[in-house]
Write a protein that binds this ligand. Structure first.
Ligand code: SF4
Length: 401
């Protein structure tokens, strides 16, 4: 590493990273305490290049929020409406199909991302029919849907195990779970900001079950509200511990708190400095999750582009139609083109690489416009250079990729 970017107070951590050693809880706290952002960025970039070279992954994805009706009362949420409140909506299955059809035709999407509220009027059939119909209409699409919180809600309401819920959905066409609903794991804080939600323990266990069934998932952390540095490190290390056992997380996605229209509005939002620290330190603490993803709708496109030099190797997707963050005041585009996303990646000096959430696709989209490199897509896709962690999933499928 460039000696100009050395930091004598953190030299021991730098040596650990260069030797490929795991960082401890205390190391994580010390990294959050420093304001030496260039140093953190240089360290994270060293790891990011080792794992993912110059590649930046993206998908062409449609966000579908099938309902905003929700029985929970998370204080950071501007999206939900109570069952008896005005402004609630629920899409019919025909509406969902039409939205997917339209996005396939006009944008060439390769993935749908479906999450919504905990709507007490929707049964298992609504979801199994939804996945089956989307899969029948477009078998090439990767269907990533329902957070662990939604899976847990259905299991409780219909007296099913998490495995029974996931098995029915997998059979209907569900490919993997998104990482939402993790928020922050500290139990005291969790009771303050989302008391009705699945507990930290159960969130982790739902993902464990999914991984053991061979379903890849993502994981997230909501930061910038009332959590401390220690809460962030604790959250990350709980996820790291599960990943040691199951190897099923594909990416970690820090989610910046968007305050507008929420009861925490006066609290404000995290600044760019905190955003970049969280991304860089996440890359350094997660020695077993291959991808750090920026959900650019929680920041903005310019910050997301800068984050590519702070440990991030995945910009998520075009996020067509994203609603949850926009209901909280986010003003990023809802119809970003693939060409614009690729251009943003290339301007930062990286190689755009089209994938879905399996990270297994490497083919140009027929809908691609001319990017700055003439629309070429890099070949020889390899999600990460380091060997996969020891021990595979129970079904014998390959780890992580
Ligand atoms: S964050 Fe999710 S569970 Fe919480 S109120 Fe909003 S929609 Fe409901």
């Amino acid at each position: 590493m460039n000696t100009l970017l050395s930091n004598p107070k953190l030299q021991d951590i730098q040596e650990k990273i260069e030797a490929g050693e795991r960082l401890s809880f205390e190391d994580g706290v010390r990294l959050f305490e420093t304001n030496d952002l260039p140093f953190l960025g240089a360290l994270a970039q060293q790891v990011r290049l080792r794992l993912n070279q110059k590649k930046v992954y993206y998908s062409i994805n449609l966000h579908l929020n099938h309902t905003n009706v929700c029985t929970a009362h998370c204080v950071f949420c501007a999206f939900a409406r109570r069952p008896d409140e005005s402004g609630g909506y629920t899409f019919t299955l025909d509406q969902m199909r039409a939205k997917v059809d339209d996005a396939v035709k006009h944008f060439g999407i390769n993935e749908v991302h479906i999450v919504g509220g905990l709507n007490p009027d929707l049964g298992m059939d609504y979801y199994t029919d939804m996945f089956r119909l989307i899969h029948q209409d477009h078998p090439e699409l990767y269907i990533k849907a329902l957070t662990a919180v939604e899976i847990d809600d259905l299991a409780k309401r219909f007296n099913l195990s998490w495995e029974q819920v996931l098995s029915q959905f997998k059979e209907a066409g569900l490919n993997g779970l998104p990482g939402g609903g993790a928020e922050i794991f500290d139990e005291v804080l969790r009771r303050k900001i989302c008391a009705d939600k699945t507990t930290s323990h159960d969130w982790i266990e739902v993902h464990r079950v999914a991984h053991e069934m061979g379903m890849p998932t993502n994981c997230t952390m909501l930061y910038g509200h009332i959590e401390s540095i220690e809460d962030r490190v604790d959250h990350i290390l709980r996820l790291r511990a599960l990943q040691d056992q199951t190897h099923g997380f594909q990416s970690f996605i820090p989610l910046a708190f968007n305050a507008e229209n929420t009861p925490l509005e006066k609290k404000g939002e995290p600044g760019g400095y905190t955003d970049l620290k969280v991304y860089a330190i996440s890359r350094l603490l997660f020695d077993n999750i291959p991808h750090i993803k920026v959900h650019w709708t929680t920041l903005d496109l310019k910050m997301a582009q800068v984050a590519l030099s702070f440990g991030v190797d995945d910009v998520g997707g075009t996020n067509l139609n994203e609603k949850i963050m926009h209901d909280a005041g986010n003003e990023t585009p809802v119809d970003l083109s693939e060409a614009a996303l690729r251009s943003l990646i290339e301007e930062a000096g990286f190689e755009p690489t089209l994938v879905d959430s399996s990270y297994g696709i490497d083919s140009p989209s027929p809908f691609m416009g001319e990017g700055r490199d003439g629309g070429k897509i890099q070949s020889n896709y390899s999600p990460h250079l380091s060997p996969p962690p020891q021990g595979g999933r129970k079904d014998g499928t390959e780890n992580l990729s």
